[in-house]
Design a protein around this ligand. Sequence first.
Ligand code: PLP
Length: 782
Amino acid sequence: MNKEKNNGNSKVYFDCNATAPILKEACQAALWSMERVYANPSSSHIAGAEAKLILEESRIQASKLLNVKPTEIYFTSGATEAIQISVLSVLNWIKDQIKDEPSFLNKKILISKTEHKAVYNSIIHWKKILGVNLEVVQIGVNSKGHISLDEIQEHINDTVFLCTMAVNNETGLITNLKEIEKVIRSSASKVFWLVDCVQALGKISLNFNDLSVDYATFSGHKVHAPKGIGFLYLREKAPQCSLIVGGGQERGIRAGTENHPGIAAIGVILEKLNKIKDGCLDANFKTNQELFHFRSLLLNSLVEAFPAIEINTDLENSVATTLNFSVYGFTSKELMRVFDAAGVSLSGGSACNSKSLDYSHVLEAMNLPEWRKASAIRLSFGLTTSQEEIFLGIKNIQAAGKALKNSCLNLACKIIDDSIDNNSEDSLIHGITQLEYDSSNTWLISDINTRFCVIIDPTFESIDRLISLIKCKNLNIQAVLDTHSHADHVSARSCLLEKLLLKNDACDELGWNSESNILNFNSSTWEIERLETPGHTLDSVSYFLKNKSSLDEKIECVFIGDTVLIGGLGRTDFSISDSKLFYDTIKNLDKKLHDNTILCPAHDYSQSIVTTWGTEKRNNILLKKLFDPLNCMSEKEFFAEKKLIDSQLLETNLQGKLVCGTISNSVLTDKSLPTISIEDLDASVFEIIDIRENAESILFKNWNVLNFINPPKNIPLTKIVNFFNYLINEENKNKPIALLCSTGNRSLAIAKSLRRIGIKNVWSISGGLALSQLKYDNLYNF
Ligand code: PLP
């Protein structure tokens, strides 16, 4: 068991569908192959014969397990390679058929929509290489992931190749292969059938004497053998084509000296699986009953820790070792970070890249609701996972749930439950909070002394989290405001008020509920002044946040909507835009704003958090020209240039989504990397700031492993604007600051954004906690 320490918690590894830990006996077999049986199996001396014997013994074990002939097993570097051989073999055969019978071109290739990318991409690749232009039909699945037999039936008479999988890698769903066989083998058409069995090996029984599969693919690292070894079952009479030619190894299908250590290692696993198949117990491999018991323990623990959980795995028809779930109110990335901090390694069921939400194609095919796709997590344990690990996992899962609850973020159920603790630190909510979703910002300004808050530009996605924070912290909403009528989305203002059972007593369309331009929200700290800033839309306004407790009633920041974006200006080509008014607005803003005034826009397309007026004037070519005292741009020239910029704004810039202004990937002018390694960091000189969210931060307290004298201050990313505000002050601008997060990615983005607005002595600790810990754990010392 992996006993790495993580703040005193041991870590537990639940990502076995990605790669399972290698069984000790498999490691020993690989080592033994390297140290003792290192000869080339093709050599004709005794040492070579010994090596060959091991290799063939592993092949026999594979054939026995699948009930096929040893000559039908081919060792490969892994499943991806086995898939290539299968696809190439069939497509090459098809190519030959087309020569004799051109109508063969009308045949189809069927592939399930939930197949691993390796299968789909291989088909597309080899089709192109071989010039075999057959139609590829993607067969749909139902909401549980079961393949549509009707759709297969519909196409089967014109089909030549079908690709399905035995067990899905993301959900654990078992495919009923017998049912598929019935459909395809009752057709008049000769269909070659590839079944990807990577996630099935060792988990369900596979008997190819009783199932007419032509190609089946397997991977070592999913079954506790090393990476770099896999195998292919290729039915004797099915088409074959060499993928790699050379010395004729693997009967010429896959030449190259064999990966003997890998083959020896997988041989050990296969031998064990055969013994289990014969009814023996194994000290390491759990029985199916034990695995299902583990799953129910984990499931109970997840439901208890995250009441708003939804299980995406069809529990009735899935292997025991995979649990795919979503937690309402969180993205996969957020959940993964908290699990990681709690010492549970698992995998995000959807990849969120910086600009858009990139959902899992499996969950997409299952047509799950948007939030479930965005929040999906895959927990997968292994065939050798111990009860001790399961108990540790449960303990860590509980810690993750509790940490989220304490940070007022764990949505207790889809409608907020009043039982949420509100004992988390008040400082975490005071000031400005940024809730970002898919590049749109929602801002919450709160005063924890008087418990008043104002919300600016709420999005639908932020509603539940806002409600959770508001209820948890007993905040009273003073106003819910929009900076303009959004062209890209409907305001969520009324929906938010409705959900909170609050009356909408706003005076105007944007939610302003005061007769004057000042909103003094019963706070000793904050005051908001409204300024009309029309142009992007006719009704655009900006909200100036003043700090009443500062001597000069300093403007903390301006919620500027889309008028000024980070690295760009709001577009003025909508029917509700006015470029003349926009020009006046920009001129007017310049009179009101200082160079150091922080601007909080409604969108953050470049993950830069905020900007300052001075930064935009320095970097934005149009603003630069407009405010150049030597060459002041005329109003006419401004219109012409602005029109040109707007015309270049493709509406499809963000995957078909409307964008509200210039999106620039190059907002960062300084290309140098502001990183510092943990070894170079003098903790007595730098102020170290942990920018992970509070839930992650409270799960890690073992700072002395990093030689930090004091625990770093936690300023979560959602509250980092307040820190920007602090650092922008002249007296703080040069303070040496080192930012820390879990992997160094978030801290680097923040360090770059701070550099961009002129804070020069700020650094990101490279590799974050993960790498720093690795160094201190001496993981590289074998
Ligand atoms: N097929 C499935 C279902 C998988 O889960 C994987 C690995 O994630 C593969 C194929 C590719 O396997 P390998 O890593 O051995 O190439």
